[in-house]
Write a protein that binds this ligand. Structure first.
Ligand code: ATP
Ligand code: MG
Length: 141
């Protein structure tokens, strides 16, 4: 069965000029991109997106960073998409990320870690609908 996940190329990676290289990793890993767009989150959008972390000590830092510049949001499709994308991006903290993962190669710290990936099918659906309307998701290759 084909599944979906939601990805963000975060503001650090966009600022560093790594958007194209990371997009290429997405294609090389076999994901079908249903939709992608460059946006700049408002602080309120970032707070809504990461609401699950509202009580964490890094919430302010996280939401300010995520609204600090342009990012690219993407809806991705692949067999076992959530797990496959998390495998492709690597551990949250780049010092723990495996060789060849996106965070190993592009992230600079646990806070500025280049990319986001959904953690479940349920959250993938919620996150995709947070940024995309149904008609923006292009089903045919
Ligand atoms: P993401 O949800 O962005 O894909 P993740 O699922 O690997 O990352 P989470 O635990 O969901 O990790 O944390 C969400 C984000 O919060 C992390 O990607 C990172 O940017 C930030 N974060 C997590 N832990 C810390 C920390 N200890 N200090 C600063 N920022 C953190
Ligand atoms: Mg997470």
């Amino acid at each position: 069965m084909t599944n979906r996940t939601f990805a963000i190329i975060k503001p650090d990676a966009v600022k560093n000029g790594d958007t194209g290289k990371i997009y290429d990793r997405i294609l090389s890993a076999g994901f079908n991109v249903l939709s992608a767009k460059l946006i700049k989150l408002t602080l309120a959008q970032a707070e809504g997106f990461y609401a699950v972390h509202a009580e964490r000590p890094f919430f302010g830092e996280l939401t300010e960073f995520m609204s600090s510049g342009k990012c690219m949001v993407l809806a991705l499709e692949k067999e076992d998409a959530v797990a496959e994308w998390r495998k492709t991006i690597g551990a949250t903290n780049p010092v723990d990320a495996d060789e060849g993962t996106i965070r190993k190669d592009f992230a600079t710290s646990v806070g500025e870690n280049a990319v986001h990936g959904s953690d479940s099918d349920e959250n993938a659906a919620i996150e995709i609908s947070y940024f995309f309307t149904g008609s923006e998701l292009v089903q045919n290759r």
